[in-house]
Design a binder for this molecule. Structure first.
Ligand code: MG
Length: 362
């Protein structure tokens, strides 16, 4: 039997590529929690998860002091068994984001290892739906940008062939949000997809008011209008608006997604492979959404989500926010606004070992 012989974790700080702000926060740096595994047949697997600036050391500590010790001697192919073993050992801190990030770093490493041993790229091992997926751009839509900068960014995105763009909303006045949306819609024309994201900044009453004002601009979705814990508020908003309501980047369990879907409170599911605890639960949420006839457009982490969206039949968009350029030697192939899932075996991420090592902080 092949068994795991070594499991290690590091924390790697990766600088942000551009200033990113929304209605609630700024992206300070990508704290990247990297897990490396080795198995007795000589194979290796590397996985990772992230924070946008704080808390990474807590997840790293959970890995080093507890979770990684549970892996040696286990068969790395039994990912369900291992995920459950690790999850069950963290009952005191589950469901919770820091635990989910630690689980995700291990789980993605297990999938990398399994895919390499199977000689398959992730997108095929995880399902194999189609290799290329549409991209939309978020990098030109941050809240601190002026209306003129938003329009210039939107025009640049269109000229690069993106299928859609997303802008942040949640300015102090509704009029300012509407003016920015109108200007961007005008700039990109009627065909391109336009999304807005409030990053949980509104009350249900305010989101219903703003959604009504946004309706003429044919938005593809209204993302995180309310705090993620307010499922009833999302349900009311979904009933009141014709704009699909998108949630998921702040949801940390399969059961919480079930609750949203059962109540008709989510029109788009944005499950994040790090924050849900890895590829194993990510696929379950994606298949759950399929059962409810809901599409999956995951949050951030395009380097992993390209392969996962390519694996499932109900994945419609990947968010373009490159964040691994500094520590990889190859970029994801993009052609006519579509990203091509890597053909390389495993996760298909070409890590630059030196650049990664240079940024280790713990
Ligand atoms: Mg968002």
């Amino acid at each position: 039997m092949t068994v795991i012989t070594r499991a290690t974790a590091r924390l790697v700080d990766i600088e942000v590529e551009t200033v990113r702000t929304d209605a609630m926060q700024s992206f300070l740096k990508q704290e990247t929690i990297v897990v490396d595994l080795e198995s007795s047949d000589g194979a290796t697997g590397r996985g990772y998860s992230y924070t946008i600036g704080t808390g990474g050391r807590a997840s790293l500590s959970m890995l080093n002091e507890h979770l990684l010790r549970l892996l040696p001697g286990e068969d790395p192919s039994n990912i369900e068994r291992l995920w459950r073993k690790l999850y069950d050992s963290t009952r005191a801190t589950s469901v919770g984001v820091l635990t989910a990030l630690a689980l995700a770093a291990v789980d993605t490493a297990l999938w990398d290892l399994k895919a390499k041993r199977a000689n398959l790229p992730l997108w095929q091992l995880a399902g194999g739906s189609r290799q290329d997926v549409p991209l939309y751009d978020t990098e030109g839509g941050w809240l601190h940008l002026s209306e003129g900068e938003l329009v210039a960014g939107a025009q640049e995105s269109m000229s690069r062939g993106w299928r859609g763009i997303k802008i942040k909303v949640g300015k102090e006045s509704l009029a300012e949000d509407v003016s920015r949306i109108a200007a961007v819609r005008q700039a990109i024309g009627a065909d391109a997809a336009l999304m807005v994201d409030a990053n949980q900044s509104m009350t249900a009453a305010e989101a219903i008011r703003r959604a009504a004002a946004f309706e003429p601009y044919r938005l593809a979705w209204f993302e995180e209008p309310l705090p993620a814990e307010d499922v009833a508020g999302h349900e009311r908003l979904a009933q009141a608006s014709r704009i699909p309501i998108a949630v998921g980047e702040s949801i940390y369990s399969i059961g919480a997604f079930r609750e949203y879907l059962q109540r008709g409170a989510a029109g788009i599911v944005q499950v994040d492979v790090a924050r849900i605890g890895g590829i194993t639960p990510w696929l379950k949420v994606a298949h759950l959404a399929e059962a409810f006839n809901v599409d999956v457009c995951p949050h951030f982490l395009m380097e992993l989500h390209v392969s996962l969206v390519a694996a499932i039949p109900n994945g419609t968009f990947v968010e373009h926010i490159p964040q691994l350029r500094a520590v990889t030697t190859e970029e994801i192939e993009i052609s006519e606004g579509r990203a091509v899932a890597p053909s390389a075996v495993g996760l298909g991420i070409s890590w630059d070992e030196d650049e990664l090592e240079n940024r280790v902080v713990a």
